[in-house]
Design a protein around this ligand. Structure first.
Ligand code: CAP
Ligand code: MG
Length: 439
């Protein structure tokens, strides 16, 4: 009789021998081909040996499995196997090159099923984090990317030299469609450029999507005529795909400019489908749920990878964090992500990774923001972004209209380089806001 321990040892042996030794997935002298391979950077921690782990990750995420395969020829291995070409045992960082033939064009779900899939479940893995993906130009240029991007959004709004001021309707859900429309019109009238539904407001019994679209857009049109300013309302279309597309088409037909989608809960397939409809709408990407796999620095998928995928999928503006607000995210991480989204790589032909015609996209700072935080926020993240106020606008002691004014005044003061306390002397709404919330 074989003891349980014996079975386990035998099993472990099989696993550790589980890659084709002759054609190893670990090739530290391998020079990756940046025009024909996708390069993924991982952090890993193994229960035994890191180099063994990297082989298993490369196998499972490309063509292999836990044992040798009679069906896998040397020829196929040479053409399609992923190669671990960099490994640092001290930091746990390793890099894998994946031949482009492993990936279907324009298919983000398939990409993730490969390099962001089974590997996270393997018993040999103690920790594994997909830190970065570098795509060859050939892969990137199969996608259309964002329809509008930074330039397009700024052109629509005719705002070129300051952050775009956004507002999230609050409570998250609870307002009727009429209340929603009336309040958003007042907020628009008091200087806010963009208003969005919250991530869990879709079509609810007291605030049906169709009613909201009709009422909000009718009043928005009036405000635009009165003020001569352009405004954007981001309607949250998140739903099963067919419904989502119907909702997006309704926004288009009703004269709207923008839809919002919760990219994680709806899924990349849904986001790609929205973009592929070519409705000419701005796509506002919310990332609710991302921290389930981005937050740990040891295991999961990084925000940087998510931001890359959002840009490929065609999102025009994307939530990336605030540093100073209520959500987790260090200055270093948020700046790196924002820089990546904003970079217009058309100008940098020599970079290995070239996004070609894929437009740069606008980062959105949202979560726990109020007027007193704006100078610090802009100091860290710069002026090329959307600044969203939810609680920090509707929670103003004098209500949402005063809140909108205070938000606008805080951005004005910051752009002019005037300390909020000084600006507040002639701006009573700002004065109340900074006394109430403080920095
Ligand atoms: C902000 C918000 C945003 C989150 C998203 C919320 O409201 O509407 O969805 O900030 O986070 O519901 O919390 P407040 P992130 O302004 O009232 O905080 O942008 O980091 O993904
Ligand atoms: Mg929200």
């Amino acid at each position: 009789m074989v003891s349980i321990l014996g079975v386990k040892q035998k099993f472990m042996k099989k696993i550790s021998n589980g890659v084709n030794n002759k054609n190893s997935y670990l090739k530290l002298n391998y020079k990756p081909n940046h025009s024909n391979e996708i390069i993924a950077t991982f952090y890993g921690k193994s229960k035994s040996s890191l180099s063994e782990l990297t082989k298993q990750v490369a196998a499972e995420s490309s063509i292999g499995t836990w044992t040798k395969l009679s069906t896998l020829s040397d020829k196929v291995f040479a053409r399609l196997a992923a190669r671990v070409f960099y490994l640092n045992n001290k930091t746990g960082i390793f890099k894998i090159a994946y031949p482009l033939s492993l990936f279907e064009p324009r298919n983000i779900p398939q990409l993730l099923s490969s390099i962001g899939g089974n590997i996270f479940s393997m018993k040999a893995v103690k920790n594994l984090r997909l830190e970065n993906i570098e795509f060859p130009k050939k892969y990137i240029n199969q996608f259309d990317g964002p329809r509008w991007g930074i330039e397009g959004i700024r052109k629509i709004l005719k705002i070129h030299n300051r952050p775009i001021i956004g507002c999230i309707m609050k409570p998250k859900v609870g307002l009727t469609s009429t209340q929603n429309a009336n309040l958003s019109a007042k907020i628009f009238k008091n200087g806010v450029d963009l208003i969005k539904d919250d991530e869990n407001l879709t079509s609810l019994i007291f605030n049906k999507f169709e009613d909201r679209v009709k009422k909000v857009l009718a009043l928005k049109k009036k405000v635009e005529q009165e003020t001569g300013q352009r405004k954007i309302y981001a309607f949250n279309v998140t739903a099963p795909v067919r419904t989502m597309i119907e909702r997006a088409k309704l926004v288009k037909k009703s004269g709207g400019r923008c839809i919002m989608v919760d990219v994680i809960s709806a899924g990349w397939s849904a986001v790609q489908e929205l973009r592929n409809q070519n409705l000419d709408l701005i796509i506002h990407g919310h990332r609710a749920g991302h921290s389930a796999f981005t937050r740990s620095k040891k295991h999961g998928i990084s925000m940087l990878v998510l931001a890359n995928l959002a840009r490929l999928a065609g999102v025009d503006q994307f939530h990336t964090g605030t540093v100073v607000g209520k959500m987790e995210g260090s200055a270093e991480e948020v700046c790196r992500v924002n820089d990546l989204l904003k970079e217009d790589w058309k100008e940098f032909d020599k970079l290995r990774e070239d996004w070609g015609s894929i437009k740069p996209i606008l980062p959105i700072a949202s979560g726990g923001l109020h007027p007193a935080l704006v100078p610090k926020l802009v100091e860290i993240l710069g002026e090329n972004l959307i600044i969203n106020f939810g609680g920090g606008l509707h929670g103003h002691p004098q209500g949402s209209i005063a809140g909108a004014r205070a938000a606008v005044q805080s951005v004005e003061a910051t752009i002019k380089g005037i300390p909020l306390k000084i600006y507040a002397k002639n701006h009573p709404e700002l004065k109340i806001a900074i006394e109430y919330w403080k920095a």
